[in-house]
Design a protein around this ligand. Sequence first.
Ligand code: GAF
Length: 403
Amino acid sequence: MDSPVSAEGPAQFQAHEAAAEAFRSVHDRAPAGVWSAPGRVNLIGEHTDYNDGFVLPFALPHRIAAAASPRDDQLLTVSTLGSDGRIQQADPLEIPGLTPGGVEGWAAYPAGVAWVLRDQGITRGADIVLAGDVPTGAGLSSSHALECAVSLALLGLNGQELDEPGTPDRMQIARWVQRSENDFVGAPTGLLDQTASLCCTESHVLFLDVRSGQAEQVPFDTAAVGLRIVVIDTRTKHSHSESGYGDRRRGTERAADLLGIKALRDVPLADLDATLERLPAELVPLVRHVVTENQRVLDVVALLHEGRLKDIGPSLDGSHTSMRDDYRISTVELDTAVEAARAAGALGARMTGGGFGGSAIALVPESKVEAVEASVTEAYEREGWRAPRTFVAVPSAGARRDL
Ligand code: GAF
């Protein structure tokens, strides 16, 4: 899901400073506080979250910040600073009157958060101004960064500061954000993105067992072993991405129903072949992807625990093949990016996120980063496609209060 907040600003762009300044220009006073949340890439574990499985994301340095002040009424006003430096204001919303489906466009994201927090007794109005640099439409979770930042702002204005006694914990906030997205915005997404944005920490990947909610911070310091994660934003998004996501989700839920289990998480890898024989042909590749992808997450976590970061490449490659051939959510642009990255020396590469466009990631020796970026760019030039956007992603901090 994309957010409307976009600022591909200078290298030193600081979302919280930009949001505070934009707040001053809209409201002619300083905000009471500024809270921010990052976008994410998922290292591995795709479309496993809504099957009660495992995911392994890390937070990007790119963030969306919400500068906010309380109001004396029950109105929510939201403005965003766009990449062109212009501020866009949504129509003010009455918090008590919010209903699912009742808000159109980008304002549905902050409205959904206000709607879900209303059930927690938070009904006081707020002025919010958003700014950020999470690339939009890139499958890097800009909308979840927005929702998480707004959640922290509304909670903070209510005297519930993150990680303080009496404040719901980060996993609980992630579940509320998921509910706002599922039930208010109407997007049937899982728990991966919100949890990544809220719970990730610098230099780590977050190993999350979605079923139990248990999370482990696994050290992931690529620079220490001479490696980098290169993100390749294909700058494409296919029109059927939302229907495609819902189709895949319904397919896996139907398979679990037919198998008489709660979720595909419950299929042991050792029983996979026998299990597949019990399913209609169209569900077989979906189930194979989810079950093998869960195992690939466990394999990568085991390698990281053993200090073998440089050996995770084959798992990344296997994940991509599974998404391309079994889950069928890759695109020619993603496949081209992955192949060009590998040809120039990446140790492994895969699409990341929901699919049908968006971004790929590649694990690359430091000395080959430029060659990989050039290889992908040249492959796109040869096809006559718009140039991809590439950058090195450093595992960064999760959501926090900035000011
Ligand atoms: C999107 C969804 F929002 C996540 O919940 C997850 O399912 C992901 O696609 C695929 O792993 O980002």
